[in-house]
Design a protein around this ligand. Structure first.
Ligand SMILES: [Mn+2]
Length: 303
């Protein structure tokens, strides 16, 4: 263990050794307990552990896919990345270094945040193997500011960093942004499905725009505030009018069917004492998305 990594956390699913499938893990879960630039309710640094704990209560059988997902996609839980206290830029560099090592082992990367800024280095790491990837972002916020509170590594800037890297993106569930971000969406022709449409209009009326904006290989970043705060109140900046559980799954399933999901992250869980439902939602989403990535679409194990 180096000083860049914490000792292993609770493992995702927490399976006893005799139930773990033999052979090399294909999926690496990377916990990133970091929330240095959070602007409203702090606590996202406690998100990864809450997701891992909740995951031990998941049913491992996915009834929609009719499969024990972990048998098709054996999972290893990596030691967590320790934030670099010298600042956000140093932490971003460290996350990228650690994530690259995971990706270089040929594993499917699943990042657990932590605040949303961690997605930029995760995406860079996955791009080193999949240089033509695009990014699907589920989020309440556009996260397209150039810089915020003096830092380009702020959580509110994560998708601007991704655009700067020349990566095509599609956003779903957006319902809070600045005039500058709105102009950027127009000028750069970003595919943004705003929340009123994403929530109220049938998916098949707009999902084509999302699919058209994305290349064949897709990295998914889920900021949990994309969900409605009625079911996901445990985020740093909850916004009314978000996605339902089933609406979010409809989007992810459709993208997984048509594209190839090659990595993802689930970020911004700020656990609330006394309410474990959001933790459980986040854990189930991770497992569900793994199932979609490995079992649906071109190149999948089974279609
Ligand atoms: Mn975000």
């Amino acid at each position: 263990m180096t000083d860049e990594r914490y000792a292993p956390y609770q493992e995702f699913l927490g399976l006893p050794d005799e139930l773990k499938p033999p052979g090399e893990p294909r999926v690496a879960i990377l916990p990133i307990p970091y929330d240095l630039t959070t602007s409203y309710q702090p606590g996202a640094r406690r998100g990864p552990l809450a997701i891992l704990e909740a995951s031990t209560h998941l049913e491992t059988y996915d009834d929609e896919l009719d499969v024990e997902t972990f048998e098709v996609a054996p999972i290893v839980t990596e030691p967590a990345v320790v934030p670099d206290t010298s600042g956000p830029e140093a932490t971003m560099a460290r996350i990228e270094r650690v994530a690259r090592a995971v990706v270089d082992e040929g594993r499917f990367l699943v990042g657990l945040g932590g605040e949303h800024s961690v997605s930029a280095p995760l995406i860079r790491a996955v791009r080193s193997r999949h240089p033509r990837l695009g990014v699907l972002q589920l989020d309440a916020h556009a996260d397209l500011r150039d810089s915020f509170e003096g830092s380009p590594a702020n959580h509110a800037c994560v998708m601007h960093r991704v655009l700067d890297d020349g990566v095509p993106i599609a956003q779903v569930g957006i319902r809070s942004l600045t005039a500058e971000e709105r102009a950027l969406v127009r000028d750069r022709k970003v595919c943004t499905v705003f929340a009123p449409e994403a929530v109220n209009e049938p998916v098949d009326r707009w999902i084509g725009r999302v699919l058209d904006a994305l290349p064949e290989e897709v990295y998914v970043t889920v900021d949990l505030d994309a969900f409605d705060p009625a079911i996901m109140p445990a985020t740093g900046t909850p916004e009314p009018g978000g996605l339902s559980w089933y609406r979010a799954l409809d989007v992810l399933r459709e993208v997984a069917r048509v594209k190839r999901i090659i990595g993802f992250d689930v970020v911004e869980l700020a656990p609330m004492p006394g309410n474990v439902a959001p933790d459980f939602l986040a854990a189930k989403l991770v497992y569900k998305l793994l199932g979609y990535a490995f079992l649906l679409g071109p190149g999948a194990e089974r279609t």
